[in-house]
Ligand binder design. Structure first.
Ligand code: 5GP
Ligand code: MN
Length: 321
């Protein structure tokens, strides 16, 4: 049984016509997949859908054709702005001024989401794409191969190809249903998790080679400086799996990946490893970021020692030594 999400959201979408779909900055596979699955689903009910989503998208997602419809039009007025996979309004990729709208809808799976929409469905699932799939089922929308790809891309990305502890039986039930529209997801899986351009592979190698450990090996620390990022084509070539380099190193409980996007300004990805009970979103939130217990992010400009010390304190406070 696939559970419904908020009936109010389903009803609002059914009874209105014009929607603008938005997601978080630097959209990942779940943000893009959720936006596309929802957009295509609504178009199947003859709704008018525009997307305001940050481009260019990472190369591994560029094969999803609906990306070509991103940022084409902006209407004078929307019945609702729909935010997917975005835990705070400030983290949304949005125009300077939001277009006039009657309602705002938030569909998200981040525990740090406080519900900044008029209608909100916030539920901890592996990916926002799970919630979008459930919504489309609830609205009796017939899926197709393109929607199935988008849902798969979202779930596969946010579960690290079904490896993370956020995977549930329902995650697998949803994915099982996608096979009604595709024989397999082998090509897409490889694109999402394995294949890299030459520059992306070199960036990955550079990140692995600067891995350090702190706190007696409990904390992994990868600092990609601005020059390295520029050398390998800019931050668009920083693949998601770079954030897992620390996590995949035995002994490490918490991994920080620091990307110097502009000199002195850092995007920081934090990860914590199962089964340790360490909530990295606490630190992300303290600095204006957000995310989940096991994967969170923030933007930081300052002395990185502050982040190191915060991580050391977090580990000390969470783990019974
Ligand atoms: P990543 O480290 O992959 O950028 O992000 C990990 C998780 O934290 C993602 O679910 C992402 O949406 C969330 N996240 C990352 N950076 C921020 C941020 O600056 N603000 C908020 N609210 N969430 C973030
Ligand atoms: Mn997500």
């Amino acid at each position: 049984m696939i559970r419904p999400i908020s009936q109010e959201i389903a009803d609002y979408l059914k009874t209105h016509d014009r929607f603008l779909i938005m997601a978080h900055q630097k959209p990942d596979g779940d943000a893009i997949g959720s936006a596309i699955a929802l957009g295509l689903g609504l178009k199947k009910c003859r709704k008018k859908v525009d997307y305001y989503v940050q481009t260019p998208v990472e190369q591994k997602l560029a094969g999803l054709p609906e990306i070509n419809c991103f940022n084409r039009n902006m209407a004078d007025h929307y019945d609702a702005l729909v935010f997917v996979d975005c835990s705070t309004l400030s983290f949304a990729f949005k125009p300077k001024e939001l277009p006039p709208h009657d309602c705002s809808i938030v569909i998200d799976h981040h525990q740090s989401n406080e519900g900044y929409g008029v209608l909100n469905h916030v539920e901890i699932t592996s990916a926002t794409a799970e919630l979008v799939f459930r919504l489309l089922m609830q609205m009796n929308i017939e899926l197709d191969a393109e929607i199935a790809d988008a849902v798969f891309a979202g779930i596969s990305t946010d579960t690290g190809s079904f490896q993370f502890s956020n995977v549930t039986a329902e995650t697998h039930e949803i994915v099982a249903q996608l096979y009604a529209y595709r024989n397999d997801f082998a090509v897409l899986s490889k694109q999402l998790h394995c294949e890299k351009s030459y520059d992306q592979m070199k960036m990955y190698g550079a990140a692995a080679s600067v891995l350090k450990v702190l706190d007696d090996g409990r904390i992994g620390w990868v600092l990609l400086d601005h020059a390295t990022i520029q050398k390998y084509g800019g931050d668009i070539n920083i693949t998601d799996d770079i954030a897992n380099i620390g996590m995949n190193t035995l002994g490490i409980m918490v991994a920080a990946t620091i990307k110097e996007i502009t000199p002195g300004q850092y995007r920081i990805s934090l990860r914590s490893r199962s089964p340790f009970d360490i909530d990295v979103s606490v630190i992300a939130k303290r600095y204006g970021g957000g995310g989940h217990k096991r994967a969170a992010g923030l933007t930081f400009a300052g002395d990185l020692m502050e982040i190191q010390n915060a991580l050391i304190d977090l580990v000390a406070g969470s783990i019974d030594r």
